[in-house]
Design a protein around this ligand. Sequence first.
Ligand code: ZSS
Ligand code: ZSS
Length: 428
Amino acid sequence: MLSFTDLFVTSLLAAAGLGSALPPRIGTTVINQDQSSFLNGRTTLKQVRNPRPHKAFNGARATYRTYLKHGVPAPEYIKTAIAHIDNEQEEAIARIKRDTGSAAAVPINEVDIAYVTPVTVGTPPQTLMLDLDTGSSDLWVFSSLTPSSQVRGQEIYSPAKSSTSKLLSGHTWSIRYGDGSGSRGTVYTDNFTIGGLEVESQAVQTAQEVSSSFTQEQSLDGLVGLGFSTLNTVRPSSQLTFFDNARPKLDEEVFTADLKYHATGSYDFGFIDRAKYTGNITYTPVQQSPGYWTHSLSGYAVGSGAFQSTQIQGISDTGTTLLYLPTAIVTAYYRQVQGAQNSQYYGGYVFPCSSTLPTFTFGIEGARFTIPASYINYTRISPTSSTCYGGLQSSSGLGINIFGDVALKAAFVVFSGTNPPRIGFGTK
Ligand SMILES: C[C@@H](SC(=N)N)c1ccc(Cl)cc1
Ligand SMILES: C[C@@H](SC(=N)N)c1ccc(Cl)cc1
């Protein structure tokens, strides 16, 4: 159980870095625009090369056509050769762009302070529960190198027990989150799987030291950073995230987050599950520097109040618990709550637990997403207290607006690694 100080100051900082690799594009069938032109009854056809043939050249088929052209019956073996080549080409393409993955997102306590997902590392597979975090880009785990005094119930990864682990010699990492939590250590590469999707030789950062808030959180065995690889802290050479490594084999270059209030949701890789949202996904551009999923909201509304159209730039961050917005918006919200106050003592907006809270609506382009009041009545200050702490807090101390789990669990979110990247929200 995270201490209450962790609760109040859940802001996290991830160090910046640079450089991410984009996967090669697989040729797709291109329907060429008709290059022909008509001029007073005469037709001119311009020849254009099919820029990206869907399939490679099939020599046997060309030979077959030559026989036909010269009126000579083609020998039987040519026809079977055509099928052999076609099959091998189909299998090759299928093999390249076929993978997807789907895994559970389980809240680690009764107030959804963070969500963990089962992953496997190494051979034979070692299962750990990791926090998939779009606000950072280090994949690190409690390990056999973590001092036992700092391990309290977590599962650990032991590279020595994996036949496929390799030390990335001379490489170290160190990450510091804004709430004071942090960790550091060395790096191995090993097979890494989430929801059936495997990446061979994924950089797995083994903790040699973790801060107390991680030691205290026994149901969290580490993090999977799903921010842009530019944020990775491994030195001397930074490492790619699981998503960047998996992208070339994914049917679609996306992963989705379907986080739920006090319930298990899911993360999917490589596909958008139509059953998880209604209507359409509304997309908005992402600015990927310095490495967060940075985008704008198109405005907000408090309860049944009028929608205020105003661009609010921030980051969609599955690794941060609450929703942090500019003070002006937050005070407008709590003005509607009897007995609410911005408490120095408790480090944020608190109110009587019996208060009736309004909903909070945010815009993505023209679409609107409403956060139920229950999500914002976040938690009691202490189990016996009648004072409650808000799920909407001011971002003024952070220097960045953070659309954390309180907001994200009100939508189905598509993190699209296309070029340029974009983020999409669907109603659920
Ligand atoms: C993106 C998160 S850190 C994380 N999700 N691992 C963040 C960054 C900066 C501040 Cl000030 C507070 C929180
Ligand atoms: C990645 C950040 S997010 C957060 N502080 N809510 C994190 C998660 C779990 C622990 Cl125990 C410590 C820090």
